[in-house]
Design a protein around this ligand. Sequence first.
Ligand SMILES: [Zn+2]
Ligand SMILES: [Zn+2]
Length: 346
Amino acid sequence: MCGKEYLWRKKWLLVPIMCCLSVLLPGCETDPPPPFPYYSEPRQTCIDLATVAVVTSKNYATEHVVIMVVDGPRYSETWGDPEKELIPHMANDLAPQGIVGTAMYNEGVTRTINGHVALATGCNQDINNSGKDFPARPSLMQIYRKMTGAPATDTWVVGSKDKIEVLANTSHREWKDQFLPSSWCGTNGGGNGSGYGSDAETVVELKKILTQHHPHLTIVNLMDPDVFGHRNDWPQYINGIRTTDDQVWEIWKHIQTDPEMGGKTTLFVTNDHGRHLDDVADGFISHGDYCDGCRHINFFAVGPDFRTDLVTDTRFEQVNISATAAELLRIPNPANENLVMWELFR
Ligand SMILES: [Zn+2]
Ligand SMILES: [Zn+2]
């Protein structure tokens, strides 16, 4: 173990000690306990980038990672539905091939850009949700390119929502404008400011990108459940969940038939956030607070290094996905290595 890593681990040990101390401090005992788990600030899981030096030496069959983010369905209409009525492909075709997580949470801010940034950078960040700011930390895509010397077309940000393009850069002084991934976001892939596109168009483009470039790391946003939820259009919200279920299945089949990506790709399917429970605020129409509906999200993973036909109720959060993706791609882990979801591995 290198010195820096050891130092960092010692610092990490201080966290539970400090938490215990704060509980024991007089004056705190009359405060009602916050709903668990509650963080007044997005919980910081990321480590000092200067200490990011340890790369796994393990050999994995995975060479490509795709993170699909379905924007804003509720757990109760997806994996939380005992019948899984709206996600037949996920439940019947994909689940036997991979791992379903029943306790995945957004532990930061339950809005679109925040959820995506946690996944892409391995750090929860309270960031502007309108696409006005870049993430404070470099993305896995940038780290991948820096580590491997891969061209821009080897990592992608693909999204129906134009603002998702902010994932393709960072405000971090040492990483801004460097090792940027390619991006195709919004109307006709026009990028931030072009307006929302359509999931159907995004899927067509994604398939083209996968076929042409066989990227090693891709993060994808599909938006329909969120968009129709905000319009208070329950039938179209439900339809959006069904459609994105179809699209995830279609993409997985496409990957498996690709000569370079088939059998060598790990797919994660998750959400940026959920939506309010029915008895919170305006219910399924909105999201953004700390209610369980907003925080409890989907998790599914499938790939050559993962177990199959497994359902886990271990509590995870979005940055666990970033950490696990970094591990599989053998790049420095921007979250921290203790966050790798080891139980998923064969
Ligand atoms: Zn939304
Ligand atoms: Zn809520």
